[in-house]
Design a protein. Sequence first.
Lengths: 114, 112
Amino acid sequence: DSGVTQTPKHLITATGQRVTLRCSPRSGDLSVYWYQQSLDQGLQFLIQYYNGEERAKGNILERFSAQQFPDLHSELNLSSLELGDSALYFCASSVGGGAGQPQHFGDGTRLSIL
Amino acid sequence: DAKTTQPPSMDCAEGRAANLPCNHSTISGNEYVYWYRQIHSQGPQYIIHGLKNNETNEMASLIITEDRKSSTLILPHATLRDTAVYYCIVREFSGSARQLTFGSGTQLTVLP
């Protein structure tokens, strides 16, 4: 158990819809990262937050957005969903944002678009 | 971040040491070497990381060559539960980019 909690574990929805994925980081961790893993793309970094502020952006689509709340949990919002958005979405957390601090991953949310 | 090269697959007999190599010949002085593994579709699991010195924890040992151009992850007594994709990642410790960049990894299969 990494200590990172992601909900829901599975999500099935239709094209055009909007969903929200939730992540609770490990106790004491200030940084949250979101990654997407699809069959043809591997694990791709989406976005990082540190103590409520956006710190880095990766290959995140404009239809996707995220935020980190004062209690440090984070949400990833996906809108106007397309079939290609079907993937595993992982959240990771670390104490700070430094490269010497390991990221610990949750078990992910499996998103299926029908 | 420097690119890494790993063999796509390896087998290891249960109970034997598993030695997973990684080449990172373009690594710079301010980059760490990280190892993660992913079992089936579970979240990646942190194993170990190092900068220059060899490191050991309860899961594994990390051996980094003196020139830092390659490293080896050692699982001392592999079990069937160690079957997973193992990712070697180099990560710069300065600048704004803090994410992990995953490659294709090595599929380790532990055989009974």
